[in-house]
Each structure stands twice: as structure tokens, then as C-alpha cells.
Design a protein around this ligand. Structure first.
Ligand SMILES: Nc1ncnc2c1ncn2[C@@H]1O[C@H](COP(=O)(O)OP(=O)(O)O)[C@@H](O)[C@H]1O
Ligand SMILES: [Mg+2]
Length: 228
């Protein structure tokens, strides 16, 4: 489902962010990506939704090699991959409903289908009653729930998240993590970079540790493994 082979990434400034990454992630897995700051976690994640291209190597997702994918095909790829960021990236002038509907409007779904799907995912994330609110009227945890609703409204097979609880307090972080687990229970693959040691140690999921652009550990029911 996700297969990277000998992936190297050197940024234009000469920094080697990925230094020979090979990994396979099966459909339905829940994977934490851990490691020190600057290790290459975000770059690893960016490879999967073609935010960055590898310098060499292949990245095959659902049979498509992203290293060779034409730029014009990237929007199509993104419809099948949900992405969640640390800073939510909601559109401030749109309501909760509109932020989530946006992803469906660009693919020209009918208004009826859009309404049904948006209300379904808002219900799932517990925000049906705040559909008319604007992002600045919500707490951080609620904003992250909206961005998760947006990431899954197209029913993607994969959701990738880069430090989704990085801006949240522990209680909200747990809520967000439970939501990801629920989404994973429905069969969606989750790949998440995180610094949240307590959560990683409690959840007992697959853990891939990256250091200096290399995978240094890959355990089926792993632990965070770093101090602080
Ligand atoms: N766009 C970029 N241009 C140049 N260097 C970058 C860029 N993005 C990241 N880097 C560098 O690549 C390395 C890995 O960064 P990153 O993947 O963001 O690591 P992490 O997410 O683990 O903190 C770091 O040395 C970082 O400074
Ligand atoms: Mg990062």
C-alpha cells in the first residue's frame, strides 16, 4: 500500500534530510514516526503526499510511483490521502461546515451529497452543533477536529499527520488520538509523526524511529524511546 525504496532527499541548500529510507506500510496499519527535531520526520511525511519529491528512490502508494507522478496529477493523489498538520490550516473566513465542504466542492459533488458527507464527519468528530462557527470561535482541540473531519470527508484510504497534537494540551491530545484510533478502526491507514511520548508509549502501535534521515528502529508494538 505504501512502499518506499532507497529514498534519498537532499534539499537545494545541500541538507540531506532522508538518507536511504526503505519501508512498507500495509493497508489499515497505524504507524507512529518518532525521532529528534531535524531527524527527517516531516520530510518523510511530505514524500507521501508529494509535497516534496525524492532526490532518488521510489515511493509507491496504491500502485502509483509518486517519484514519477506528473505535477498535474498531484491534486488527484491528494483526494485519496488526508493530511493533518500541527497548525490546523483552516481557512479563517470560512465556517466549520465550509472548511470541510471545500474538499468536496472542488471535486464537484452535488450539494445534497456534500451536505450529507459533511454532517456525517462533523458528527464523527463531535462538532455537528458548531457547523456554523468560524475557526477563531473554536478551541485548539476543536479546530484540530475540524481539520481531521476535512481530512477524512473524501473517505481516503490513508491519513497522514505531522505532529497533530503539537499545539494541544494533554487532554485535547488524548481526544485527538482517540479520534485517529476510531478512524483507523474503520480501516484507514494512519501515519503520524509525533513528539508525544506518553501517547506513543500507551497506544502500543507500530513505531518507526528516524535519526539523521535513516530508520534506526521499526517495532510492531513499539515505544517512544527518547528522554523528554
Ligand atoms: N525546505 C527545506 N529546505 C532546506 N532544508 C530543509 C527543508 N525542510 C527541512 N530541511 C532540513 O532537513 C532536515 C530534516 O527536517 P525535517 O524533515 O523537518 O525534520 P523533523 O520533522 O524530524 O524535525 C533538517 O535539517 C531541516 O533543517
Ligand atoms: Mg517536523
Amino acid at each position: 500500500m505504501i512502499e518506499m525504496k532507497d529514498v534519498y532527499k537532499t534539499y537545494p541548500n545541500g541538507v540531506i534530510a532522508l538518507n536511504g529510507i526503505s519501508v512498507r506500510i500495509k493497508q489499515g496499519e497505524f504507524v507512529y514516526v518518532v525521532g529528534p527535531s531535524g531527524a527527517g520526520k516531516s520530510t518523510f511525511i511530505k514524500m507521501m503526499y508529494r509535497e516534496e519529491k525524492p532526490t532518488s528512490g521510489s515511493i509507491v502508494i496504491n500502485g502509483v510511483n509518486l517519484a514519477k507522478l506528473k505535477d498535474s496529477r498531484v491534486p488527484l493523489l491528494r483526494r485519496h490521502i488526508g493530511v493533518v498538520f500541527q497548525d490546523f490550516k483552516l481557512l479563517p473566513k470560512l465556517t466549520v461546515y465550509e472548511n470541510v465542504a471545500f474538499a468536496l466542492e472542488v471535486i464537484e459533488e452535488s450539494p445534497k451529497v456534500i451536505k450529507k458527507k459533511v454532517m456525517e464527519v462533523l458528527d464523527l468528530v463531535g462538532l455537528k452543533n458548531k457547523a456554523r462557527f468560524y475557526p477563531n470561535e473554536l478551541s485548539g482541540g476543536e479546530q484540530q477536529r475540524v481539520s481531521i473531519a476535512r481530512s477524512i470527508v473524501n473517505s481516503p484510504k490513508i491519513v497522514i499527520a505531522d505532529e497533530p497534537t503539537g499545539n494541544l494540551d494533554p487532554e485535547n491530545s488524548w481526544g485527538i488520538m482517540e479520534l485517529f484510533e476510531q478512524i483507523n478502526d474503520r480501516g484507514t491507514t494512519i501515519v503520524m509523526a509525533t513528539h508525544n511520548r506518553e501517547i506513543v508509549n500507551t497506544m502500543k502501535k507500530r513505531v518507526i524511529a528516524i535519526e539523521s534521515g535513516k530508520i534506526v528502529r521499526d517495532e510492531a508494538r513499539g515505544e517512544y524511546g527518547y528522554e523528554a
